[in-house]
Design a protein around this ligand. Structure first.
Ligand code: DQA
Length: 146
């Protein structure tokens, strides 16, 4: 199974930013750990990060045309603001699992609305860095069920 893991704005600052909300692991550590998990589970995984909305949209479009079968997306703050990312997801036929490291429903009210959730296959939030592995699991199970 071919999967894209896409991280949005400020997630390149993991390990340095708001550790109480996001933990102490870095994006490099997170991606290396996820790559290992993907290999063990027969997933061909590509990891990308961008701070730019348009670049994230370009990656979503590209995934639609290169045989990618699932996207794990942490859109960061764009989750709560971006109609354009929502439309990009709606424009492709690739299941998207929305993930958040922190439990956004325990935090500020503005984090409790997601533009992405209505067009996502599902949402996993609040389990720290494990949300990415849980999302890969979800995609594998979804594919197995057809
Ligand atoms: C986040 C939650 C968002 O509200 C925030 O803007 C982020 C990270 C998370 O992973 O918990 O940048 O998506």
């Amino acid at each position: 199974m071919k999967v894209l893991c896409l991280n949005g704005p400020n997630l390149n600052r993991l390990g340095k930013r708001e550790k109480e909300a996001y933990g102490t692991f870095t994006l490099d550590e997170l991606e290396a750990d996820l790559m290992e998990f993907a290999e063990e589970n027969g997933i061909n995984l590509m990891c990308m990060q961008s701070n730019h909305e348009g670049e994230l949209i370009d990656w979503i479009h590209l995934a639609a045309d290169d045989g990618t079968e699932g996207i794990v997306l942490n859109a960061g703050a764009y989750t709560h603001t971006s109609v354009a990312i929502r439309d990009a997801i709606a424009a492709v036929h690739v299941p998207v699992v929305e993930v958040h490291i922190s439990n956004v429903y325990k935090r500020e009210e503005f984090r409790q609305h997601s533009y992405i959730a209505p067009v996502a296959a599902g949402q996993i939030t609040g389990f720290g860095q494990d949300v990415y592995k849980l999302a890969l699991h979800a995609l594998l199970l979804k594919q197995a069920r057809g």
